[in-house]
Every structure is written in C-alpha cells, then in structure tokens.
Design a protein. Sequence first.
Length: 249
Amino acid sequence: MRKKLVAGNWKMHGALQQNTALLAHITAAASGMACEIAVCPPYPYLAQAQSALAGSVVALGAQSVSEHACGAFTGEVSASMLAEFGCRYVLLGHSERRGLFGETDAIVAVKFEAAQKAGLLPVLCLGETLGERESGNTMRVIARQLSAVLDRLGVAAMASAVVAYEPVWAIGTGVTASPAQAQEVHAAIRAQVAVLDAGVAEGLRILYGGSVKPQNAVELFGQSDIDGGLIGGAALVADDFLKICLAAN
Ligand code: PGA
C-alpha cells in the first residue's frame, strides 16, 4: 500500500509574514492526517520553513536544484545545500522549468542524479502540452521524459523518487485532467517502470498535478494509480491545501 503524498509547490510566491501563518496552519492540522504532506517554498524561505516545520510531520522540499555540486555557477543552488536546510524532496523537470528555463530531458536526468547523490528524493514532473495531447502524442511524450531518467540511472533510481504527472494544459488554468484521463497516464507511467522492475513500479508514488482543488481532489485521489497530488495555487491557501490533504486520507 503506497502512502499518499500531497506536496505544495509555492512557485515564486511567499513573504516572511505570510509564510509564518501558512506554515502554522498546516503544521497544526498535519499531525492528524494519514497522508504525507510536504511544502516546497522558494529558496530564500527554506530556513524559515525548516524551523517552522521542526518537530512536525510536514516535510520540506525545494522547487529546483543545480546539476552541479559546487563551483562557479552564479545564482545556482546545489543539492547538498538543500539537504543541509532539511529538504527531503526536490521538484525536478516542472513544466515551468522545462518551458521557461530551457531544462531538457537530459538536464533533468542529470539534476535527478545530483539530487539523489545528496540524499534528496526527486519529484520528477512529467507532462504533455495541449498541442501534444491534441495530436495524440501524450503517451509518447511522457514515456520519453521518463526514459531520460531510466536510461541514465536505471530503474533502481525510481525506488527513491516520486513521479508527478502534470499535464501542462492543466497547470494554473483551472482546467483539470478528468480522473479517467489522469488515471490512464498514471497507469502507463507505472507500466513503463514495471517492464523493468515490477516491485519498484508497485512502490512508486505517482502524484497528479494541475488545478487540483478541494472540489476535485477526492475523485482524482480515488483512482488506483494516483498516489496524491502536487498542488500549486491551492497550496497557498491553508484551508484549501488542508482540504486537499484530507481528500488523500
Ligand atoms: P496548479 O499548479 O495547482 O496551480 O495548477 C500545479 C503545479 O504547477 O505544480
């Protein structure tokens, strides 16, 4: 039985005071939840979140990481730095990183390796654009994105990772994939891993992301291959985020 995970991706949102209130709400409610909960604030707030989450069951994650361990890479943050600030997870290959910052499948795979070397659990984000879906290429795109990591690191790497299926057309749009659409892709992701190792596939948590709201979370999380959610907009509103966590219970 896979324990569900609900992770909040704050994107480039937050401020010290606002974060204090949000984190206090989440930690106060989290202890009674059956699912695992994580929050991924922007880098400058990791220290704040680390201390706010101390002693709580809520895990900390980051939104990106450098593929390099250290050196002359102005503006970058390494995996060991994230580990030092208590991060358990790091999002990788989010569609905004792929689309706006030029992260290719190959770069995402190198980042995945760097994250695991530092003991972080990568949350590997996969997703097709609307054009790719409409041209019937969803499964091909998802398989290609996943293969980049499998080919570089082998299936064993997926035993210490999480996957998030996030159709690009559903992110921040208010249009969510239907539970059946999401389930179809989640099952295909698990099947691709199962070809290489059935045990790893069975244990792999595959989150859904893209306009998850309290109103649609129960049905999405009720699908057999959906093991929780990666939440953007609704992760900034404590009540909404906690309702989504409850839906994963
Ligand atoms: P959304 O974002 O919930 O606002 O659609 C999800 C994400 O980008 O991870």
